[in-house]
Design a protein around this ligand. Structure first.
Ligand code: TLP
Length: 363
């Protein structure tokens, strides 16, 4: 076993990325003010910039993707209203039920297809008629890229079609765009075009773009007015937040195009894994920076493979009994991908590690 590694390769998530030197410098020099008074010039600049990039009238800076989705849903729906979303949506699975806990919003899940999309006929069928027994349908949520469906990309025509369906029935469309930048780069379209049909979107600065903290919600001026109030309700007014918004400005101006490198590295990793006995993956399904794969070797669980990789300096989360996810990011080079492949092959041939605790992260 090679224990001579000097640097850990961290593929657990793109959320583990640390700020670049340019971000740290921008943070140190950021002009700040009280953002709850609307007086932080750096936050104001970030919000205007991101609103423009996303093709929306206005935007509001929030602390996380979870907060962005939460205040978006709270701004579209009241208590007892219903939102239609996929059964593998991050909002449904991994945000602690916040929309129900804090907003009383009823989730109506329909199956996500393998590519992250929702069948238009399923959406149509899920929309409630006007009947006193039913909740009132207000919102459809999409996720692009779709995390738990493998980082798959929803294309422009599909986004437009869902928007047309929702609007035709008097509903709003919210997009969990935590990785919208990856989607736009993969499709080679502007995020604004991709989101043309969306009434609101929450985008993350702290995933592949590498900012230390922060997300932005964008939509119409009226929607953002309500979102600001809901941000206040959940305690998200952040005062001199320009210190972190400054890193966000660097993220959206300098870190978007290079996501193509992460996608290329993800594809190399997927192809190497496909050529590895004991692993199953279809590289054609890897469209962005997330690489989900199965361990098929007799007697080896995903948690054991993950533990064995950790002993070799490679961190990859098990996300199920036999499933793992590697998230490429700006700290991981093409050389690191080769080292990762060697480590996987080494574990498969020379024995697994002992998983600690439940052994996998299901989030
Ligand atoms: N995703 C995290 C974990 O929670 C799974 C990750 O490592 O991928 N929407 C999507 C699609 C996400 O993947 C995430 C985080 C969020 C929202 C929430 O963002 P944060 O962590 O900023 O609250």
């Amino acid at each position: 076993m090679d224990r001579s590694f000097t640097q850990v390769i961290d593929l657990r998530s793109d959320t583990v990325t640390k700020p670049t030197p340019a971000m740290r410098q921008a943070m140190a020099e950021a002009e700040v003010g009280d953002d709850v008074y609307g007086e932080d010039p750096t936050v104001n600049r970030l919000e205007a910039l991101v609103a423009e990039m996303l093709g929306k009238e206005a935007a509001v800076f929030v602390s996380s993707g979870t907060m962005g989705n939460l205040i978006s849903v709270l701004s579209h729906c009241g208590r007892g209203d219903e939102m239609i979303l996929g059964d593998r949506a991050h909002i449904f699975r991994s945000e602690a039920g916040g929309t129900a806990a804090l907003g009383g919003v009823h989730p109506h899940t329909i199956p996500n297809r393998a590519d992250g999309s929702l069948d238009l006929a399923d959406i149509e069928a899920a929309i409630r008629s006007d009947n006193e027994h039913y909740p009132t349908t207000k919102l459809v949520c999409l996720e692009n890229t779709h995390n738990f469906c493998g980082g798959r990309v929803l294309p422009v025509d599909y986004m437009d079609a869902v928007g047309e369906l929702a609007h035709g029935r008097g509903l709003k469309l919210h997009v969990d765009g935590a990785r919208i930048w990856n989607a736009a780069v993969a499709l080679n379209v502007s995020p604004a075009r991709l989101l043309a049909a969306a009434d609101s979107v929450s985008v993350c600065l702290s995933k592949g773009l590498g900012a230390p903290v922060g997300s932005v919600v964008a939509g119409s001026a009226d929607f953002i007015h309500r979102a600001r109030r809901n941000r206040k309700i959940v305690g998200g007014g952040m005062r001199q937040a320009g210190v972190i918004a400054a890193a966000g400005i660097v993220a959206v101006t300098e870190m978007v195009e290079r996501l193509a490198d992460d996608h290329a590295n993800a594809q190399t990793l997927a192809q190497g894994l496909a050529a590895t006995e004991g692993i199953a993956i279809n590289p054609a399904e890897v469209e962005t920076n997330l690489v989900f794969f199965e361990v098929t070797q007799e007697g080896m669980s995903a948690a054991q493979l993950s533990a064995g990789l950790k002993e070799r300096g490679v961190l990859i989360n098990a996300t199920g009994a036999t499933r793992l996810r590697a998230a490429l990011n700006h700290h991981v080079s093409a050389g690191d991908v080769q080292r990762t492949l060697s480590a996987v092959r080494d574990v498969l041939t020379s024995g697994a590690g002992q998983p600690v605790g439940q052994g996998f992260v299901y989030n």
